[in-house]
Design a protein around this ligand. Structure first.
Ligand code: GDP
Length: 443
């Protein structure tokens, strides 16, 4: 799936290459792919529409960054927007000034609410906080047992009053018990149903009113996909949530539910569940989730690196040199070193969609070629670098360079021939962007 998406985006974005501004017209194809990618990642349709409109606003008129094609830049804009919508940074659990902090867990049955209750307790315990778990699901006797078993496993006490008591009473007494025991956090597990159910909602609202929680966390199964949006809307309207936990992120879902939950409730996702074990809980990081939703990963790193490393005045200078056919070996060397600054050749290539299929032998070959090329250029005099025609005309000079660099004369000749050809091509392309870099020696 990863490759297919990256390839498709690349196709759409090929059309954008060579254009210096992102406009409403030239980005439509690419936006269509983004839209499809988000839908494939299970983001709700309505949420996608709103989101794409935002991206379009952010992208129109953006200057294309030198060294990056507009398509890659658009991914960056989409990514930034995703991170923004999902809340920029991790939002921790609420902590009341006066103990105990009360956390209410809400959600449908089977989403992983009970598991998440235990996971959270363990997480807090590791931070030296003490917890009490409260079992209010009186409808399924197994639910109370499940929480008790988990409690034993993680050594966290469980408060319960059996299946005959009223959930509101259990919750209230649980909080009182925690106060009495000097425990700092109470986590209340509640009953879920398979579907949204009026009675369940009313009961949840009553429990909430009675204990006045510091955090009301909606537990959402990431595999729910599109439905996560409706679910969030209902719970948020009827109960009022202050955050969410997205479970089952260890599955093959791309996590689009995260975007839906956040956009619809306006509340942060605080944790993700990544497995059945009680340890499998991680704080939610919007940037990581954005990468996963786009499944574009490292392209972003490439764009960021290019933004950091490339001095725009350098690039402009180089472009005008290309136009005037003055691009010489000095410029070539400069570009090569620029690329080296950005990381190894292999790591850069791998960041480019479609290039991740390159074998390590290909990459080693490319890297070796770059090294040889650099050695040969280093053996040229400054005059020769400025005026490659000198080399084309003089076998003596080529022989000297071959000796100096320790590479065969034929290879030097090939480098010069390829360079001359490339320069000719660049002139023809006229206003083409950054010239192709590697591959000079091998042809
Ligand atoms: P509840 O009905 O909402 O309380 O759900 P449970 O806590 O009983 O979880 C339902 C099922 O989902 C159980 O089999 C859990 O082991 C499983 N589960 C919960 N969280 C995760 C998770 O993050 N990843 C995976 N793979 N399974 C999970």
């Amino acid at each position: 799936m990863f490759d297919a998406l990256a390839d498709r985006l690349e196709d759409a974005w090929k059309k954008l290459r060579g254009q210096d501004k992102i406009t409403e017209a030239n980005m439509q194809d690419a936006l269509k792919e983004v839209r499809r990618a988000l839908l494939e990642a299970d983001v709700n349709l309505q949420v996608v529409k709103t989101f794409i409109a935002e991206v379009e606003k952010a992208a129109i008129g953006a200057e294309v960054i030198a060294g990056v094609n507009p398509g890659q830049q658009l991914i960056k804009i989409v990514y930034d927007e995703l991170v923004k919508v999902m809340g920029e940074s991790n939002v921790p659990l609420a902590q009341a000034e006066k103990s105990p902090t009360v956390i209410l867990m809400a959600g449908l049955q089977g989403t992983g609410k009970t598991t998440a209750t235990a996971k959270l307790s363990l997480y807090l315990r590791k931070q030296e906080r003490t917890c009490l778990m409260v079992a209010t699901d009186i409808y399924r006797p197994a639910a109370i047992d499940q929480l008790k078993t988990l409690g034993e496993q993680i050594e966290v006490p469980v408060f319960e009053l059996g299946t005959q008591a009223n959930p509101v009473d259990i919750a209230t007494q649980g909080v009182a018990k925690a106060k009495e025991m000097g425990i700092d956090t109470v986590i209340i597990d509640t009953a879920g149903r398979l579907q949204i159910d009026e009675e369940m909602m009313l009961e949840l609202a009553r429990v909430k009113k009675a204990v006045n929680p510091d955090d009301t966390l909606l537990v959402v199964d990431a595999m729910t996909g599109q439905e996560a949006a409706n679910l969030t809307r209902t719970f948020h309207e009827q109960i009022g949530v202050t955050g969410a936990i997205l479970t089952k992120m260890d599955g093959d879902t791309r996590g689009g539910a995260a975007l839906s939950v956040r956009q619809i409730s306006g509340q942060p996702i605080k944790f993700v569940g990544v497995g059945e074990k009680v340890e499998a809980l991680q704080p939610f990081y919007p940037d990581r989730m954005a990468s996963r939703i786009l499944s574009m990963g490292d392209v972003l790193t490439l764009v960021e690196k290019a933004q950091e490393e490339i001095d725009l005045s350098d690039v402009e200078q180089m472009q005008s040199k290309i136009l005037e056919a003055k691009f010489d070996f000095n410029d070539f060397l400069k570009q090569m070193r620029l690329m080296k600054n950005m990381g190894s050749f292999g790591s850069i290539l791998k960041m480019i969609p479609g290039m991740n299929k390159l074998s390590s032998t290909d990459i080693e070959k490319g890297e070796g070629e770059l090294k040889r090329t650099e050695a040969m250029i280093s053996s040229m005099t400054l005059e020769e670098r400025k005026n490659p025609d000198l080399l084309a005309k003089s076998p003596n000079r080529r022989r000297r360079i071959a000796k100096g660099s320790g590479h065969p004369e034929a290879e030097v000749s090939k480098l010069i021939k390829n360079f001359t050809r490339m320069r000719g091509m660049m002139q023809q392309m006229g206003q083409g962007g950054m010239p192709a870099m590697p591959g000079m020696g091998g042809g």
